[in-house]
Design a protein around this ligand. Structure first.
Ligand code: FMN
Length: 246
């Protein structure tokens, strides 16, 4: 995962593409190859990914869309967020612009018995489209998101993760040897509570991808644990615990 490290600071949602450029066959082959090597958060969950022309969906931008399908499982949304964020970052490395696209719809709601989860639109851009410094990210203040001591560089980089409507539902409590990662239910957004719960679980998977990239980059050895359910009456829903091996 550490090979994605530099890309965390470059990525941005791209919604405008260069119409004079198009994704080549070779690039599509590279993307398909990458899809085969995406690391799941939970390898028990069956997943499938399919690239279609954007016209086959309601997407308003992008030359192609990659659609994600999954078997039913409590970690379904986390797992797809975690896997597709690796692809989102990979796109930056091959100079292809991409944007998670929760609002776009497809008629193909099932694939090989798996249910449709979400898509990412992508297409060609020029290098200048990417971010060059963390100051270009519009994110909440770290003090609102993360309580407790931890490597400050990891804290600052993790919160650059993308989220639906930039809602940033992650809340973290840490000591130097443990991270407790929560989803805040009551984040303020224009999404309805049902849609928010759905997309924010995908966001949490994206956040875990960022954490894993950073832990691998800093050579921090850890174990992660997940609760058996993500249903909770409390505003902070436990998503994962990371125990650092000293
Ligand atoms: C799960 C998810 C769904 C999203 N859905 C949409 C969408 O439907 N339309 C859109 O324009 N952007 C969408 N986005 C992009 C977010 O608005 C964007 O990631 C966020 O504002 C942060 O900006 P950045 O990605 O440029 O860092 C989505 C992002 C995520 C993670």
């Amino acid at each position: 995962m550490k090979s994605y490290y530099n890309l965390l600071f470059k990525r941005r949602s791209i919604r405008r593409f260069d119409p004079s450029l198009s994704v080549s066959k070779e690039e599509l082959a590279l993307i398909n190859q990458k899809i085969e090597s995406l690391i799941p958060l939970n390898s028990d969950i069956k997943t499938a990914f399919k690239i279609v022309k954007s016209e086959e969906t309601t997407a308003k931008f992008g030359e192609y869309c990659i659609m994600a399908y999954s078997g039913e499982h409590p970690m379904k949304l986390l797992n797809i967020g975690y896997m597709l964020e690796q692809l989102d970052l990979f796109f930056v490395s091959i100079n292809i612009g991409a944007c998670w696209y929760g609002m776009a719809k497809t008629k193909e709601k099932m694939l090989d018995g798996l249910v449709y989860v979400i898509m990412i639109a992508f297409g060609k851009v020029t290098e200048v489209s990417y971010r060059t410094s963390s100051g270009e990210f519009n994110r909440k203040n770290i003090t609102e998101l993360w309580q407790g001591d931890f490597n400050q560089d990891i804290k600052n980089a993790a919160i650059l993760a993308p989220s639906a409507c930039n809602s940033q539902p992650w809340r973290i409590e840490s000591t130097e040897s443990q991270l407790s990662i929560y989803r805040k239910k009551s984040v303020r957004t224009i999404m309805t509570p049902r849609i928010r719960a759905y997309f924010n679980m995908i966001d949490m998977g994206i956040f875990l991808c960022f954490i894993d990239v950073l832990f691998d980059y800093y050579q921090i050895k850890y174990q992660k644990e997940f609760p058996s359910t993500f249903e909770s009456n409390s505003d902070l829903v436990k998503i994962a615990t990371y125990r650092v091996n000293n």
